[in-house]
Design a protein around this ligand. Sequence first.
Ligand code: ZN
Length: 149
Amino acid sequence: MPTPGYYQLLLRLAADRRIQVGKLGRFDFPAGYYVYTGSARGGLKGRLARHQRRQKRFHWHIDYLLRYAKIVRIRTFPEGKETECKLNARLFRRPGAQCVADGFGSSDCRCRTHLAFFRREDDLSFFAANDSFSPSGQREQRRTVAQSQ
Ligand SMILES: [Zn+2]
């Protein structure tokens, strides 16, 4: 059975990039770190695997950014406890969180954006090793997803 839930991707963009994000528009993404908050009703495992695949038809806003940015860490959350929008709002209360792309990932809700930019790695300590996992650690990933059920 797929496990639905919410997730946050911590991305690193190595250089400043101007990126066309589908129909949403073109944005300047400064080099640094990004946290994208999403939900996977159809299952976390499949969604996270899709985010890591390079070859795909672009569908979500995040697909356009993932062309240039690298997934560094992933956090998952069980469905129901806190909505993805609440997780996102909580993220934006953290020091250093900035909005650089209005409407990103928030076409279906009332949030300003679901993408937070952080210039400094120091502000991302909440992606601690015991609370997140790396995209390459497949075994680790399965365990973490199972833990959040
Ligand atoms: Zn939202």
